[in-house]
Design a binder for this molecule. Structure first.
Ligand SMILES: Nc1ncnc2c1ncn2[C@@H]1O[C@H](COP(=O)(O)OP(=O)(O)OP(=O)(O)O)[C@@H](O)[C@H]1O
Length: 629
């Protein structure tokens, strides 16, 4: 049985960590003899089993001798701090670790081999640090590993063939090269962006281009030279007649495909969106068409044609403006940059028309897909626009859709974002409610809620006057792993009030907000509360039945007694819940109601909302997944 002595050893270790890396651990009440009530510390059977200190301003190196004592630790989250130096070697003593989240720090050096002795590890996130060296084949010792995130580091060399039960994997934005090993080819290209890797799911490697790869038995990749010689042998066996047949077949097949494509192209020109080749548009459309044409016609030429006109000098971009910038301006340390011409050449489709303009999806190449927002009604001088957009571009948080670049001229303002493949929360909740829709469980919903709350909290932490102004479920976008990212932040202050149509925000806007341009943090909290209630009830705030009755979503929820919530309020998809999940959901409803208090002063700050949610759902976020798996 664990003794108090063990807990004392845990306490001493935590105090050493505190004096080494500081941050908000200085708020711990160290007069308490037990560390179990300190923020971020969780105990079981009188031992510290989880330490979660995400984004609490820890900084500096972690000395050796701390983790040697925390032997019962199962979850360690120190993500989003400013920790530096190499990882302490005595991490290996915490041999019970299941979940290790160290992303978003400044750790450097090689990933230490001792890590590979943590044989119980299920989730490992070392992304967004400065780790160097190669990805060791030692990872194969982690036989229970389901998540491995190594993106945004400086890792080099090739990737070993990791035969692990991984379900999440990412090595993007590293200096990796060579071919993607067989066991990792099942992941999508997003897992390998901004590297020099090749092979499935990316482009073929040079050695594969001439020789199609053969399925191999036993899981080992046959060396290309062997594949090549086997292939040659097979080819030699074909008779002249067979070859002639194949050639004729190919020619006829090709002619048929061309014919079908021509017919399809004709039909498609009337459809809502289509891929376009900008070079043809440049000649056909020297004028800059407006948004209306772009959407009404369902074509995408306007985004490209307008910018094309700017580039070719046909448009009015440089008039009265001095020389036009004619360049995409990238933010931060984006390694994969492209120019305006690439963007124009990209095939694109209309995603939708929003408050601030029209959004397009542009596919630059097999791995680079972006969302381009063409802003309308920007009524400010270029200098002011640039200053404001620079502030937006400087926002950097895992729960915000990153603004990668912008283009501006007098007549054209384009914003380039990462494309979010799973669309918006609104589409996820309300799109395709019929048969065939996989139900959204509470785990996914609550993770989305916490992610969105963290994104908004980050925005609010940038200054008391920084707010979003347009929080709603269609502005919460999702990654493939259903991590939430808040989009459209900073735009409410950029566009003219004619663009901020109040009807679009129906149901989300706080009662005191009359001028959509005068946004406030407490207004955001209200809108967030509505999103929270939307997530739990599955009801859109613009729900016509409620609106006809003159009640909005918060009022409707308030009108139902708490002991009726399960039957009346919770989305019917969520009814087969464990008792603790039900309790958690009820607490979230309560939080949603607090956020939507009529009086702004009665609403909590976003930081408090996040804290409450994290207490409710201890294994929260993209990194904090149920230990059971
Ligand atoms: N980065 C992105 N990745 C994927 N889809 C996006 C992205 N940005 C916007 N969209 C989608 O494009 C469509 C239009 O988005 P947009 O933000 O312009 O309008 P909205 O969200 O409907 O309204 P509003 O502008 O008032 O917020 C929406 O369906 C949205 O989900």
């Amino acid at each position: 049985l664990p003794s108090t002595q063990d807990l004392n050893a845990d306490r001493t270790a935590l105090l050493s960590l505190r004096s080494a890396v500081g941050g908000r651990t200085f708020r711990w009440n160290i007069k308490q003899t037990s560390p179990c009530n300190w923020a971020g510390v969780k105990c079981e059977s009188n031992r510290v089993t989880a330490l979660r200190l995400p984004g609490v301003a820890l900084s500096g190196d972690i000395p050796e001798g701390i983790f040697g004592n925390l032997t019962q630790l199962r979850t360690l989250s120190l993500r989003l701090n400013a920790l530096s130096g190499s990882l302490p070697k005595d991490l290996s003593t915490s041999s019970n670790l299941r979940h290790l989240y160290l992303q978003g720090n400044r750790f450097s050096g090689e990933i230490p081999e001792v890590l590979f002795s943590l044989s119980h590890l299920v989730r490992l996130n070392l992304a967004s640090n400065s780790f160097t060296g190669e990805i060791s084949s030692g990872f194969t010792n982690l036989t229970k590993l389901k998540t491995l995130f190594l993106e945004n580091n400086q890792l080099s060399g090739s990737i070993p063939d990791l035969d692990l039960p991984l379900v999440q994997f990412n090595v993007s934005n590293n200096s990796l090269n060579g071919s993607i090993p067989k066991n990792l080819q099942r992941f999508e290209s997003d897992s390998f962006l901004q590297t020099s890797l090749c092979g499935k799911p990316l482009k073929l490697c040079p050695d594969e281009e001439t020789v199609p790869s053969q399925p191999t038995s036993g899981g080992n990749r046959t060396p290309p030279s062997v594949e090549g010689s086997e292939e040659k042998k097979k080819k030699n066996k074909l008779s002249g007649g067979a070859i002639a047949g194949i050639v004729i077949g190919c020619v006829v097949g090709f002619a048929l495909i061309v014919l079908i494509l021509m017919v399809l192209c004709r039909k498609k020109s009337n459809k809502r969106s289509r891929a376009v080749d900008i070079s043809t548009i440049k000649q056909q459309e020297p004028e800059i068409p407006g948004d209306k044409e772009a959407v009404d016609n369902g074509n995408v030429y306007s985004v490209s044609a307008a910018a094309a006109a700017a580039m070719t000098g046909n448009g009015k971009a440089s008039e009265g403006n001095g020389p036009a910038t004619k360049k995409l301006v990238f933010f931060g340390n984006a390694t994969k940059v492209f120019d305006l011409e690439d963007l124009l050449r990209a095939s694109a489709e209309v995603l939708g028309k929003g408050t601030f303009g029209t959004a397009y999806k542009a596919v630059l190449d097999a791995v680079t897909v972006v969302a381009v927002k063409r802003l309308k009604d920007v009524m400010m001088a270029d200098k002011e626009f640039k200053e404001k957009i620079e502030l937006v571009g400087a926002m950097d948080h895992e729960n915000l859709v990153p603004l990668r670049a912008y283009y501006f001229s007098r007549d054209e303002k384009l914003l380039v974002y990462d494309f979010m493949p799973m669309g918006s929360l609104s589409a996820l909740l309300h799109g395709n409610r019929g048969a065939g829709r996989s139900p959204l469980n509470w785990d996914v919903r609550s993770r989305i809620a916490i992610g969105a709350a963290r994104g908004l909290d980050y925005l609010h932490s940038q200054g008391t006057s920084t707010s979003h102004g347009n929080i709603k479920s269609s502005n919460i976008l999702l990654t493939k792993s259903h991590d939430a990212k808040v989009s459209d932040f900073g735009l409410a202050q950029l566009v003219g009030s004619s663009a901020t149509n109040p009807n679009r925000a129906t149901g989300y806007r706080a009662p005191e907000v009359t001028d959509p341009k005068r946004v406030s943090q407490k207004g955001d909290v209200y809108s967030f509360g509505v999103v929270l209630l939307e997530l739990i009830t599955g009801k859109a705030p613009s729900n016509s039945v409620m609106n006809e009755e003159g009640v909005d979503l918060p009022r409707w929820v308030k009108s139902v007694a708490r002991d009726e919530w399960r039957r009346e309020v919770f989305d019917s998809e969520l009814l087969s819940l464990a008792t603790d999940e039900e309790e958690m959901m009820a607490e979230m409803v309560q939080l949603g109601l607090e956020c939507t208090s009529q009086h702004p002063d009665q609403r909590p700050e976003m930081s408090e909302v996040v804290r409450k949610m994290e207490n409710l759902r201890p294994y929260s976020g993209s990194d904090q997944v149920n230990e059971a798996d």
